[in-house]
Structure formats: structure tokens, C-alpha cells
Design a protein around this ligand. Structure first.
Ligand SMILES: Cc1ncc(C[n+]2csc(CCOP(=O)(O)OP(=O)(O)O)c2C)c(N)n1
Ligand SMILES: [Mg+2]
Length: 447
């Protein structure tokens, strides 16, 4: 589809939009208008259940077809004309499955206790993440779900930083207190990930409002909430959209619609036309985009961001993709979907292949580049993995700090109990002695 079109409901727009068409309609129908909605009165009883106004599905904006060829009328983003910009995107897209491959193997080997929820595993949602990262300013505030590690890496967060978090060693800024893949970095404007689904969506509306109130950042930065279509079933989605639409605030809602919420397919998640259909309900400019087309995602998010800043209000982008990997290391998706379906999607609509074909057609990439990249990424990820394995775990006392300004009685009680246990077993019981040796400061002092 071209050009890129953000839409309110055409049905509602036709009927009466912000009073603009009110006088014309009122004059032509002479039936009046219902305050306060400026809804023109009509004599024909008609129900509606479509934001396109004609019951058709909301279209998806696309630049490249599945063979990496720009579709007729599509605008190839300027930045990709520069040969150096596209390989950067491609490298980051390739880094994600490399990272997942090695970390998932590490989890299976028992070298890390848990690796979950990033799960690109093979190929999947790289275009949604890297296309967005490339379209945002590096200091836009990002509140992610858990599949958006690529944004952090795009902004320069290091592989050592990733590994420190996953291993929970003392170099982790969260001091090893978060579950794996729950990254966060103030420096990279990436808010620490929370496990309870959708909390980031309403928080983003608050962050957007804070940006608007800050003279130094007003009209310069947006707050972005990434979320899956499953998370959009939570009340927080509706609270966040309503808040950002009414206050209003420059908040960019980025839905990754990948077909599943763990084992629950889309058909059991919603009955309407995906997540896009909900945007106009909140008066929010909305676009649906082919999420496996990195250039389309980049174009759409750039324009969405521009609208956010210009109007100081919310915009919704729904990125249509497919979760190729299992949900996490705790999931076997072949229990609830056909292996063939996954293989077909991998083969026929692969975001990495599509972009690679595009770059090759421009003469920016070839087989040698591909081999060199694969070798380099694997080498770098393994090196960071092995290094993190040798780094000490955080100081034991960090377990009790940073959450409360003043230590509450129950935390004090737990800390004192640990001190007593350390005195009793720490120097004499071998399993404790071994464990304490892996900690910074040998597990001392706790008090
Ligand atoms: C409030 C809450 N309910 C349930 C879960 C368990 N859970 C973790 S991920 C997930 C599926 C989310 O699906 P979606 O938002 O579509 O994201 P995807 O994994 O597909 O990227 C569920 C149900 C949770 N973490 N929090
Ligand atoms: Mg999903």
C-alpha cells in the first residue's frame, strides 16, 4: 500500500470529525447534531463494526516484497541509499539470532540458570526491533516488553553488558537481582523491563507526559512502549492509550503482532481487526505495517514519531510479524502449532532474507560479507559469554539495598538471619564455602 496512511476511522471521519464537517452535514441532512459528540443525526438505523467503513481489513504498509524488491510506488527510505546505513541495520538484525542461539545453548548446558523470552532462536522479529531502533532518536525513552534487546544493542549497549545481566554478575547494573533478559540502562534511555505484562504501556504514557512538561525535551523526544498483541489484552493497554490520548502526551505505542501469546493464537486473543482497529477508538493516529519489512517499519515509525512530536500526542503502530521461535526456553511450540507452518514462514517471509536480497540487489552485500559477518558475530558473542562466566557474582549485601530509602523491619530481619547463617555455615560447610567464593568480596560483609 502506498502512500503510508495513518487513519482515524473513515466512517467516523465521514460522519463528523472534530466538528469540521459538522455544518455541511447538518445543512445537508437538516436533522441536527448530538452534543457533545457532534454526532450528526440520521434517520437510518445502521450498526458498524469496521474502522475502514466498508468491512475490509486494515491494510499493511510495505516497501519490500518477500524477495526484497521495492513494491510499485514504494518510497525507499533515504538513509538506505547510503551504502553504509543498511549494512549496519543488517548486522544488528543478524546479531539477534546469533545471541539467542548461543544463550539458549548456554541455558540448555546449564551454564546459565535461565534464558527466556527473547526467543528469536532462528529468525523472527528482527525487522520490528531494528527498523524501530533506526527510526527513533537514540535518546527517546524506550519502555520495552522483552523481545526488544536489539534497541539496546543498536544504541551501543555492549555484549558484555548483555552477558552481565544474563549471568547476573557484579557488572550488571541491576546487581543480578532481575530475571534474565530484563535489561535496563539509564544511559541508553531504556527503562528496566518488568515481567508483569503491559505495565510498560501505561508507564510510557506517564513518561511521555513528563517529556512534554520538561522544557529541555519537549518536542524533542517521545516515549515508546513496545508490547505484544497478547499484552494488549491487559487493562494497562487501554489505560495507557486513553491517558496518552487525553492528557495528551507524545507517546508512541508499538505493537508487535506476532500471532501468539505463548500458546494462545490470535484467533483466541481478539475478535476485531487486530490492535490497529483500537487506535481510532481512542482518537489516536494509527498505522499497520508489514513487520517483516525493515524499511517499511523504519518509514512508518519515523512518520509516527514526527506526528507524536508535532501534535504532542499519541500514535499507534501495529507491526505484523510472526514468532518463528518458541516463546522461551520453557516452551515447545510444536505442541500447539504445526512445524510445517513455522518452516513455511521461515522460508517464505523471512525479514533477514528479505533485507539481504535487497542489499545484494544494490551491490552492498555479497556472500563473502555474509560469511565474514557470521564468523565475527559468533566469535564476539562467544567471547562475551565466556568472559561473563568468569566474573564474580554481586556483593551479597546488594541483595538488601536500593529498593527502600529506609530498611523496613522484614528486610532487616532477613539480613540478620543471613548474617547468623553465614557465621554458622559460611566457614565450615563446603557447599557454602564454594558458593561464597563465586561472590564479589567472598560474600562479606552483609551488615
Ligand atoms: C500479567 C501477566 N500475565 C501473564 C504473564 C505470562 N506471560 C509472559 S509472556 C506472555 C505472552 C505475551 O504475549 P505477547 O504480548 O503477544 O508477546 P510475545 O511473547 O508474543 O512477544 C504471558 C502470558 C505475565 N508475564 N504477566
Ligand atoms: Mg505475541
Amino acid at each position: 500500500m502506498h502512500p503510508l496512511s495513518f487513519r482515524h476511522s473513515s466512517l467516523l471521519t465521514r460522519a463528523c470529525s472534530n466538528g469540521r464537517t459538522l455544518s455541511t452535514l447538518a445543512a445537508s441532512t437538516s436533522l441536527g447534531c448530538l452534543p457533545p459528540a457532534h454526532s450528526p443525526a440520521v434517520s437510518k438505523l445502521a450498526f458498524f463494526n469496521s474502522v475502514t467503513g466498508d468491512s475490509s481489513k486494515i491494510p499493511s504498509y510495505r516497501v519490500l516484497d518477500v524477495f526484497g524488491v521495492p513494491i510499485e510506488g514504494a518510497k525507499v527510505p533515504e538513509v538506505s541509499i547510503a551504502p553504509f546505513a543498511s549494512p549496519k541495520k543488517y548486522e544488528h538484525m543478524q546479531l539477534l539470532p546469533t545471541l539467542d542461539d548461543i544463550l539458549c545453548s548456554g541455558q540448555r548446558q546449564g551454564r546459565i540458570p535461565f534464558y527466556s523470552l527473547t526467543s528469536y532462536l532462528k529468525y523472527g522479529e528482527e525487522a520490528t526491533v531494528i527498523g524501530t531502533a533506526a527510526a527513533l532518536a537514540d535518546d527517546d525513552e524506550v519502555l520495552s516488553q522483552y523481545r526488544e534487546t536489539g534497541v539496546l544493542l543498536w544504541r551501543g549497549f555492549t555484549l558484555d553488558g548483555i552477558m552481565a545481566q544474563v549471568f547476573g554478575n557484579h557488572e550488571d547494573s541491576g546487581k543480578g537481582r532481575q530475571i534474565a533478559v530484563h535489561y535496563g540502562s539509564k544511559q541508553h534511555h531504556f527503562h528496566t523491563i518488568s515481567s508483569p505484562l503491559a505495565t510498560q504501556i501505561s508507564q510510557a504514557a506517564g513518561v511521555g507526559f513528563a517529556l512534554k512538561r520538561d522544557p529541555a525535551r519537549r518536542s524533542k523526544n517521545v516515549a515508546c512502549a513496545f508490547f505484544g498483541e497478547g499484552a494488549a489484552s491487559e487493562g494497562d493497554f487501554h489505560a495507557g492509550m486513553l491517558l496518552a490520548a487525553t492528557l495528551p502526551s507524545p507517546t508512541l505505542f508499538l505493537a508487535r503482532n506476532n500471532g501468539f501469546a505463548i500458546s494462545t493464537p490470535n484467533s483466541q486473543q481478539f475478535y476485531g481487526d487486530g490492535i490497529s482497529a483500537r487506535g481510532p477508538g481512542y482518537g489516536v493516529d494509527t498505522v499497520r505495517v508489514d513487520g517483516n519489512d525493515v524499511l517499511a517499519v523504519m518509514n512508518a515509525v519515523k512518520e509516527a514519531r514526527r506526528r507524536c512530536l508535532e501534535g504532542g500526542r499519541a500514535v499507534l503502530v501495529e507491526m505484523m510479524t510472526y514468532r518463528i521461535g518458541h516463546h522461551s526456553t520453557s516452551d515447545d511450540s510444536y505442541v500447539y502449532r504445526e512445524r510445517q507452518e513455522v518452516e513455511d514462514r521461515t522460508k517464505n517471509d523471512n525479514p533477514i532474507t528479505r533485507f539481504r536480497l535487497f542489499m545484494e540487489s544494490r551491490g552492498w552485500w555479497n556472500e563473502t560479507d555474509e560469511d565474514e559477518l557470521a564468523f565475527r558475530l559468533r566469535r564476539d558473542v562467544i567471547k562475551a559469554f565466556k568472559r561473563a562466566e568468569t566474573v564474580k557474582k554481586p556483593d551479597l549485601k546488594d541483595m538488601f539495598t536500593d529498593v527502600y530509602a529506609e530498611e523496613p523491619w522484614n528486610i532487616k530481619e532477613q539480613r540478620e538471619e543471613l548474617i547468623a547463617l553465614l557465621k554458622k555455615y559460611g566457614q565450615v560447610w563446603e557447599p557454602w564455602q564454594n558458593e561464597l567464593r563465586t561472590l564479589k568480596n567472598g560474600g562479606k560483609p552483609v551488615d
